[in-house]
Design a protein around this ligand. Structure first.
Ligand SMILES: Cc1cc2nc3c(=O)[nH]c(=O)nc-3n(C[C@H](O)[C@H](O)[C@H](O)COP(=O)(O)OP(=O)(O)OC[C@H]3O[C@@H](n4cnc5c(N)ncnc54)[C@H](O)[C@@H]3O)c2cc1C
Length: 283
């Protein structure tokens, strides 16, 4: 049962509260904690540390990177002029895929990363863009942590900023499948390609809904790297699809059967390949 609700005024104070009360949870927009009781059933949450008053709610274009503060809501991310710019437009698309405006007005970017849902719409493009997180650890240390590390380890330390590097000649596409526009995706895909003279110099693929957390897909990335795309995508598609379907192991759940998600995964990656190639002027 909730016994204490703390409202720190600085990051240092927030971290100190957490250090003194390791069982307490940070709360930002509260859309997970209040709506679903995640990550613990509400009766088991004994204390909350409200980080909404820390002033971490800006989006700033820095040199060659976008800094997103963790308390920025998903709707603010979608509305920001910075995500209207080509380098970061994929973040606007990802944000607008999240549920509906009511949810997006509460849900924060930091909360979405920390909640680390298998089908997060926000984590895949951040993985593909190799974003880094500024993390304030309970020991008082601060460090830049690759988002992949934070997600895989299921870390719970305080995210104080998200840094997204700007990339040249990098073309990204998102594909997802949902039962309704309001629902979480069954499977979602974000593909990024660095293209040079019609060839893939570098490929990065992240997928949600196929494991406990969003994953990078190194086998498919390796398969794509070095491939010629112009006039060749339909030749590549069957092998790419097979490679993806071989490497994902989704679970049966109320949203869909494992075999269905596996087939979706392969198909969505092929669609994303066409889309990214189109953005790169190849089609
Ligand atoms: C009805 C509904 C529909 C949804 N649909 C989608 C969807 O389509 N796509 C999608 O991607 N997501 C979806 N979500 C998930 C939603 O995006 C996340 O719940 C939201 O972003 C979490 O942010 P929050 O600020 O509300 O987190 P909170 O509920 O405040 O916290 C969630 C977790 O993150 C931790 N936390 C919060 N902020 C930080 C931080 N800065 N540092 C470290 N830990 C932190 C908390 O301790 C807690 O464990 C949906 C949620 C709901 C309720």
């Amino acid at each position: 049962m909730l016994q204490e609700f703390l409202k720190p005024r600085t990051v240092a104070e927030a971290v100190k509260f957490h250090d003194a009360n390791p069982d307490y949870f940070y709360i930002a927009g509260g859309s997970e904690i209040l709506a679903r009781g995640y990550p613990a059933v509400p009766e088991k949450i004994s204390g909350l540390i409200d980080i909404s008053g820390l002033g971490l709610n800006r989006i700033v274009l820095e040199e060659k990177a976008l800094r997103i503060d963790p308390i920025v809501t998903i709707q603010e991310l979608a509305d920001s002029p910075e995500t209207g710019k080509p380098h970061f437009a994929i973040l606007r698309e990802a944000a607008l895929n999240v549920s509906n405006r009511n949810v997006r007005n509460r849900a924060t970017v930091g909360g979405n990363i920390a909640a680390c849902k298998s089908c997060s719409d926000i984590i895949p493009p951040l993985l593909v863009m190799e974003a880094e997180l500024d993390v304030a650890f309970t020991c008082g240390k601060r460090a830049l942590v690759p988002i992949l590390e934070y997600v895989i380890r299921g870390e719970k330390d305080l995210i104080t900023a998200i840094r997204v590097p700007e990339r040249e000649n990098f073309f990204m596409a998102i594909r997802r499948y949902t039962r309704t526009a309001n629902d979480l995706a069954l499977v979602n895909v974000c593909l990024g390609l660095r293209l040079l003279d019609g060839k893939i110099k570098d490929a990065r693929l992240a997928m949600g809904g196929v494991a406990a957390t969003v994953m990078r897909m190194p086998e498919a990335e390796q398969f794509l790297t070095g491939k010629e795309l112009a006039g060749r995508i339909s030749d590549l598609a069957p092998a790419l699809r097979a490679c993806v379907e071989k490497t994902v192991h989704p679970l049966d759940d109320h949203r869909g059967k494992a075999w269905f998600k596996k087939e979706l995964a392969g198909g969505l990656v092929v669609e994303a390949l066409y889309l990214a190639a189109g953005k790169g002027g190849i089609l």
